[in-house]
Design a protein around this ligand. Sequence first.
Ligand SMILES: *Cc1c(COP(=O)(O)O)cnc(C)c1O
Length: 357
Amino acid sequence: MKKHNFYAGPSIMPQYTIEKTAEAIKDLDGTGLSVMEISHRSKEFDGIIKQAQQLFKELLNIPDGYHVLFLGGGASTQFLMVPYNLFSKKAAYLNTGNWSQKAIKEGKFFGDVDVVASSEDKNFTYIPRNYQVPGDADYFHITTNNTIYGTELKEDLDVNVPLVADMSSDILSRPVDVSKYGIIYGGAQKNLAPAGVTFVIVKEDILGRVNRDIPTMMDYQTHIKKESLFNTPPVVPIYSALQTLKWIKEQGGVEGMHEINQEKADMLYEEIERNRLFQPNIKNEADRSIMNVTFVMKQEYKDMEKEFLDFATDKGMVGIKGHRSVGGYRASLYNALPRESVKALIDVMQEFEKKKA
Ligand SMILES: *Cc1c(COP(=O)(O)O)cnc(C)c1O
């Protein structure tokens, strides 16, 4: 049976990426070597990583003065690397969920953290607005897409301190104005590549302002100087990332992706609103994520929650169980998820509604 992959991460990859990676694992472009066996200092890999950086810059319109790094350690290591490199006296954070809180926790190792606003009072079901970012903060940290709760901060904020964004789960899903950011980072395993590689887009001139000594691997300058080759980078995931970037370009770039993503999200939210059994987790439409759609059974049908999950699973839906801190369901509609999968989920929701009529 056809499976429809709604996993939140690691998650669905473009078929193109899977096939190209599978071929290169057997034989990289006729070299007689597997991509798993080549030196990260070989000319083959040099071409791969340079192309990936170049395409990343092209697709996101990254201005001069920024570097694209491919590192290990996941977004979780960036929670620590950001303050190591930027935190002198005080940092500001926006608390929009579990991942924000993890970033805040690491920031606190370095000093005074000012949480300027939080949506914790309503279990992170909205994006806070109307707050002040103190002008003396070393940086302001945001999480643009809250993978667990299904909210998304879609505006590129104007702040007068370096803006740092965790974009793990919405990178390349929509256009962003990179010039508004000091650092954009994320784990690749949601929208880009298999787990193992972390992308960091960093504006060079925000670095070098802290007084502390930074351990070598934690220092962005190390990786800028060595062009992500200070130590062995995750070669195979970087190869896959390049394939995904090529695929995104084929889809019309991030503008094209955004159009498709918006259409998929609109389709699903519309059904959630229409279907008499379900309701959306996020009420304010402007705050709804186009990547992770969270919904629940209406109060009067709560006892059917497990039954629908089993029903949908039987029909080929994979990974729609909500995160334990939200409950209900979560359908992740990442770039690679085709429209047909969203249609299949909608069909299953309608079938279940009829069955219960
Ligand atoms: C998945 C996720 C992370 C964690 O990334 P790792 O690469 O596992 O460290 C961090 N932030 C957000 C927003 C995520 O969705």
